[in-house]
Design a protein around this ligand. Structure first.
Ligand SMILES: Nc1ncnc2c1ncn2[C@@H]1O[C@H](COP(=O)(O)OP(=O)(O)OP(=O)(O)O)[C@@H](O)[C@H]1O
Ligand SMILES: [Mg+2]
Length: 235
């Protein structure tokens, strides 16, 4: 089974607003699929629709060939989709360790192995295990958010703009970590930092006005300045 997730003609409303008007894409297993697009294009809403937080009114979402369109967020998480939201969603009052433990659905050996693996990947989390989440640096918060999402049996990880608000050197570090996570899980990455996206992405979809308007191999976008200018406002 090559395709892990498939969205077909998704339409999503937030209150009376018709936000996603026609979003369709496929996510191949083992790859990093990047969602690009200007501010307000609908990238976050697309991830929230996959997670069941803003369920689609029309169209469908297939995960491992099974329909998950109308499942509740916790059911979708249980199927093996992890979500790192734009605002990171960590608990500022809880320590790093507590943040991690709250995220774990199980305490089995596999979870313990994932914990060890992720702490090797993000040694800062081990170092600041007893520090409140709210006192971490921006980069460390992002690492904690990613680590939390990875704690359960995750076959697909949705990561929303991990580079946002971080210094370039930290962005580089976070991106390198995501690149290593690629060995463990399939990833959908929302990223406005084109340099970073192109570094780790295998293929891309461009969203504009709530619609998927373009798709291709990442390489195609690297060489297509016109496309980047048109939809992303960058050269
Ligand atoms: N709670 C809401 N109520 C009304 N409109 C909303 C709400 N949330 C998002 N929108 C609108 O939906 C559209 C898509 O928003 P979304 O957050 O999905 O975009 P985005 O591509 O993630 O943008 P950004 O790059 O700024 O994060 C925008 O026009 C936004 O104003
Ligand atoms: Mg967003």
């Amino acid at each position: 089974m090559k395709t892990l997730l498939e969205l077909t003609a998704i339409q999503t409303y937030i209150d009376q607003y018709h936000i996603l008007q026609n979003v369709s894409f496929e996510v191949p297993r083992g790859e990093v699929t990047v969602l690009l697009g200007r501010n307000g294009a609908g990238k976050t809403t697309t991830l929230r629709t996959i997670m069941g937080l803003n369920p689609a009114a029309k169209g469908n979402v297939l995960f491992k060939d099974q329909e998950i369109t109308t499942l509740k967020p916790y059911e979708i998480a249980k199927r093996g989709i992890g979500y790192v939201p734009e605002d990171q969603g960590i608990f500022g009052d809880l320590t790093v360790g507590e943040n991690m433990r709250v995220a774990m659905q199980k305490e089995d050996e596999a979870t313990q192995e994932r914990l060890e693996w992720i702490l090797d990947l993000f040694p800062d989390l081990k170092k600041f295990w007893k520090r409140p989440g709210g006192q971490l640096s921006g980069g460390q918060k992002q690492m904690l958010a990613i680590a939390r999402a990875y704690m359960n049996e995750t076959e697909l990880l949705l990561i929303d703009e991990p580079s946002k608000g971080l210094a370039p050197i930290i962005v580089e570090k976070v991106m390198e970590s995501i690149e290593q996570m690629k060995e463990k899980t399939t990833i959908i990455l929302v990223e406005q930092n084109f340099m970073m996206a192109s570094q780790i992405g295998d293929r891309f979809y461009i969203l504009d006005d709530g619609r998927t308007v373009h798709r291709g191999e990442m390489e195609e976008l690297r060489v297509n300045e016109q496309l980047r200018k048109k939809y992303l406002g960058i050269a």
